[in-house]
Design a protein around this ligand. Structure first.
Ligand code: CP3
Length: 341
């Protein structure tokens, strides 16, 4: 399996590719289902979630499926209510801003509390071509904490940083609790058929290197150590973290996701002897094929045919992307890697 070979830095016949947010609103068949139910309802219906997981694989020769779920799903069983608002994205009903707000917030038993995610994984694995890998995922402790403390999207992460500085004990208790939840959630996904798991640290790039090293990295390391003990490869994606990859490299992952703000070879140099995933600017997909090909070729040149490259975007695909451009990208990666430039 190309993706698993690349995770273990074994040679492959062509560079594996999958795309963050490959299931979603840019697909008309996704929008048709989404019109009839909410995102959370979709996640809670394993038949629907499995169908949506497989949709992009019917159109494109992707090397992996990523289970259709959301990083916020574990919050509800932890005792943290949330909903998606039409215009503002996720809304946490009672943001945690201090020690007292943490009362009543607890760990979960993911297999029992989020059975629909595990059922979706089992359904997808059953239907998926055996050469295609199935990816499970979770938010990273800091990214989850940022939603829980900010209450939703944030411009400057002022609330979560203020908590970090003012009450580091409560911040660390929250991070520790989230780390346990993430480990349990990922282990349950692995038991249900996930062959690789990705930890999304989508907003960690808003933390400076000093705070990352002191207050965030130890929790990421804990998660990596516990999950890697299962023998399943773990991808750690720190979005916006390209300025502190020398610290990110200490997380202990098998594979590091890299955003588009750094050249892939420069990133790889700092990450060391590991597999690397990335790193095309997702907005490139709004350009014409010629522009896409040029930039894909640049990423491939920087990967330089080394084993252990997984092609991906530097962050999630946006809904405005034309379908033809996604097909062009996937085919270009396979074409360019099968016959080196
Ligand atoms: O194809 C896939 O990538 C699998 C499904 C997936 C979803 N969310 C479904 C979803 C994955 C991997 C995620 C991860 C996720 N969720 C992240 C990490 C990835 C990243 O982009 O950094 C984050 C930060 C979230 C939280 C989240 N979920 C936000 C901020 C939003 C609203 C903003 C938006 O894009 O509309 C969501 C909603 C969400 N989760 C959608 C999808 C497909 C949006 C589509 C919809 O409402 O139908």
């Amino acid at each position: 399996m190309r993706l698993l070979d690349a995770c273990a830095r074994r040679p492959v016949d062509a560079t594996p590719i999958w795309l963050m947010r490959q299931a979603g609103r840019y697909l008309p068949e996704y929008r048709a289902i989404r019109e009839k139910m909410s995102l959370v309802e979709m996640c809670r219906r394993p038949d629907v979630a499995a169908e949506v997981t497989l949709q992009p694989l019917r159109r494109f020769e992707l090397d992996a499926a990523i289970v259709f779920a959301d990083i916020l799903l574990p919050l509800e069983p932890m005792g943290i209510g949330f909903h998606f608002s039409k215009d503002d994205g996720p809304v946490i009903e009672r943001p945690i801003r201090g020690a007292r707000d943490l009362e009543g917030v607890h760990t979960i038993d993911a297999a029992a509390d989020l059975p629909y995610v595990m059922d979706t994984l089992r359904l997808v694995r059953h239907e998926l071509d055996p050469t295609i890998a199935l990816i499970g995922f979770s938010g990273a402790p800091f990214t989850l904490a940022s939603y829980i403390v900010e209450g939703g999207h944030s411009r400057n992460y002022a609330h979560v940083k203020k908590l970090m500085y003012e009450d580091p004990v409560t911040f660390s208790r929250l991070m520790g609790l989230l780390s346990e939840v993430v480990v349990d959630y990922l282990k349950a996904q692995i038991a249900a058929g996930a062959q690789v798991v990705q930890v999304f640290d989508s907003w960690v790039g808003w933390v400076g290197p000093y705070d990352y090293k002191l207050l965030v990295l130890p929790h990421v390391r804990y998660v990596m150590d516990k999950v890697r003990a299962t023998g399943t490869p773990v991808i750690y994606f720190g979005n916006g973290a390209s300025g502190m990859l020398h610290l990110v490299a200490q997380a202990g992952a098998d594979v590091y996701g890299v955003d588009w703000r750094i050249e892939l070879d420069r990133a790889w140099e700092q990450l060391g002897d590991v597999a690397v995933q990335g790193n095309l600017d997702p907005i490139t997909l709004l350009g014409p094929p010629k522009a896409i090909e040029e930039r894909v070729a640049d990423v491939m040149r920087r990967a330089g045919g080394r084993p252990g490259h997984i092609f991906n975007l530097g962050h999630g695909l946006i809904p405005q992307v034309p379908l033809d451009n996604v097909k062009f990208l996937v085919d270009a990666v396979h074409r360019l890697s099968a016959s080196p430039i």
